[in-house]
Design a protein around this ligand. Structure first.
Ligand code: FMN
Length: 369
């Protein structure tokens, strides 16, 4: 049966007022299989649900009668000034939900002065996205089978003006994605990872039935700490590692001279049964010290969620699924509207909690910490 779904809207409906409204609307603007691929998590989705439920469990400790008129949301991150402590997370294959894909997202990010991490698996070339993007542009690298090819992506990102490399390390292979399997999700014709079209097709590790297909087969081609060292020696761009949950790994990254970390479980899409990202965050902040750059993602849907993550030690947060929902519902207009809602909600939370600046948000801004 052919899927029927609506094209993106060119005005925002009046009852679309928060990020979870975008999630509800999005169902009507993409095929069932695509929706299931985007919304889903790993296996039983315990971690996916935990990302939200642990954020919900945190309560804010508001202070009153504080003058907030001189407040603001501006921050400094690794030498860059950001209008607010938010960035768009790298999300692959955006033409799945809108014909303009990453171009529309980049236009919205530019207008809202919000940075964008551009995925290796974008459906528009990293160069074309960079031309469109006037806000902070960071390139997210998935290591490729060939080091030469990985390096060619890095060189292209450098030449296109990306200022940081975000290396995603928690998804060396797909998690168990039962929801996408049941919905028979496959990439439709015409939607592809255009940055990778020239990649050399190297032979995969020979199949030996006496060995584990996953551990000794697929994993033999995935990166290790040695590859991070190698990358560091081969680029002048600052490196951020995305997908750390363990304080021990965080300490290792700091010792290696890695400039920043994204505390993340990939939106609950890789290994199920790991902690919510918000549970790991304070442990990692403690391990890396107060001045190290930490970004956070996983379940952010409200300004109060951003507030909670900042209070627990994040310098800024990333927005994953809501950007795709907004893109599907109303293209660049939707992504811009979604970001504006989140920014205003954060400012309202700051004003009502009596924390006029980002620096004034700390662990004592929370009730149960
Ligand atoms: C459809 C989809 C595609 C994603 N693609 C990538 C990707 O290409 N690279 C990457 O580092 N993370 C990718 N992620 C993970 C996000 O960057 C981010 O870590 C996660 O979505 C955050 O959780 P949230 O969706 O609850 O905000 C993807 C997530 C989704 C939902």
């Amino acid at each position: 049966m052919a899927n029927t779904f609506q094209a993106a809207l060119d005005t925002i409906p009046e009852d679309l007022v928060c990020l979870s409204d975008y999630a509800s609307y999005a169902k009507n603007h993409m095929s069932h299989a695509v929706y299931e691929y985007i919304v889903g998590g790993g296996a039983d989705e315990l971690t996916l649900r935990r990302n939200r439920s642990k954020l919900d469990d945190i309560t804010i400790h508001p202070r009153v009668l504080i003058d907030c008129t001189q407040g603001g949301t501006q921050i400094e991150i690794l030498g860059e000034t950001w209008r607010h402590p938010m960035m768009l997370a790298p999300v692959a294959f955006q033409q799945l939900v809108h014909p303009e894909g990453e171009i529309a997202t980049a236009q919205a990010a530019s207008i809202l002065e919000t940075g964008m991490m551009v995925s290796t698996l974008s459906t528009v070339s990293l160069e074309k996205i960079a031309e469109e993007l006037e806000s902070p542009k960071w390139f997210q690298l998935y290591f490729q089978q060939s080091r030469d090819f990985s390096l060619s992506l890095v060189r292209r990102a450098e030449a296109a003006g990306y200022t940081k490399l975000v290396v995603t390390i928690d998804a060396p292979l797909h998690g168990i994605r039962n929801r996408a399997q049941r919905a028979k999700f496959v990439l439709p014709e015409g939607v592809e990872a255009v940055n990778l079209v020239d990649r050399p097709h190297l032979p995969s590790a020979a199949f030996d039935p006496s060995q584990s297909i996953v551990l000794q087969g697929m994993m033999s081609e995935t990166p290790t700490w040695d590859d991070i060292e190698w990358l560091k020696a081969n680029t002048a761009l600052p490196i951020i590692l995305k997908g750390i949950l363990s304080p021990a790994d965080a300490v290792k990254a700091v010792a290696m001279g890695i400039e920043g970390i994204v505390v993340s479980n990939h939106g609950g899409r890789t290994l199920d049964c790991v902690p919510a990202a918000i549970e790991a965050l304070p442990h990692i902040r403690k391990a890396v010290g107060k001045d190290y750059t930490l970004l956070f993602d996983g379940g952010i849907e409200r300004g109060t969620d951003v507030f909670k993550a900042l209070a627990l030690g994040a310098n800024a947060v990333l927005i994953g699924r809501p950007q795709v929902y907004a893109l599907a519902v109303a293209g660049a207009l939707g992504v811009g509207h979604m970001l504006r809602i989140l920014r205003e909600e954060l400012e309202v939370a700051m004003a009502l909690a009596g924390t006029p600046t980002i620096d004034s948000i700390g662990v004592d801004s929370l009730w149960n910490y």
